[in-house]
Write a protein that binds this ligand. Sequence first.
Ligand code: CP
Ligand code: NVA
Length: 299
Amino acid sequence: MPLATDDFLDIDDVTPAELDALLDRAAAMKAGETDPRLADATLGMIFEKPSTRTRVSFETGMTRLGGHAMFLGPDDIQLGHGEPLRDTARVLGRYVDGVMARLFDHADVEVLAEYADCPVINGLTDEAHPCQTLADLLTIRETVGEDATVAWVGDGNNVGQSFVVGAAMAGIDVEVATPADYGMNQSVFDRAAEFGLDVAPTTDPEAAVEGADVVYTDVWISMGQEDQREEKLAAFDGFQVNQELLAGTDAEVMHCLPAHRGEEITDDVLESDRALVWDQAENRMHAQNALLVELLGGA
Ligand code: CP
Ligand code: NVA
């Protein structure tokens, strides 16, 4: 199903029906279905921050689709040396078939989308990580099913914000527990409500995980927040996903990775049978391949 949107900057740039179809397509491609539309296509990949999964899954994905992905790190292109983003965007749009960008400021990915005459995919900003959400929803569909309740425990960050909106679109129930000063933006809950999910955020992790089918967490100190380390570590005391928090639940555990063992999650939980994290990581590529063919491949 071709997508109505020109760009994928957050998960609700697609409709719930398109999201459902993308996940179907991702599952089919994971099972071996091929698509010829991106043969010889090039994806430019701008990274202002480090990455393992996003870089490798997009690059490998484009190779599998018969195309090519080009890594453009901060020191590799003139963007990192003073060329304005809107100029970079206009030039890249003349060469490549799509741009995937990992940037700090969400407003910058909007500038990229405005000026690049090709589809732009958000590979993580400080506000959103919709490609992660695609993989997360595929993982939930494959394991616990979409009638699940997922408890987000920890920082109200980019991964959590896109996940809550995407879960709402997929009909997944969500509980959110964050420290009071590190909650999600109210606009996230407003957008989730538009898809029929009313979230009542709490500061009590134990209340959030009660009855949950999945407990999802992410790092407490996101990329770019290193100077907040001491204050955040203090604020997140009690929010660690550990055996004590999970006791009395049958919950599976999700984490977008990279994990900081001993901070937001313990080593034994991450290494346990509860952990869906490796499926999540693999599903990044399958979900993004479906997105790439539908967004860059046209009708
Ligand atoms: N989950 C995720 O986006 O991982 P990377 O930072 O390794 O890309
Ligand atoms: N919240 C984390 C996610 C990393 C994939 C960060 O932004 O650093």
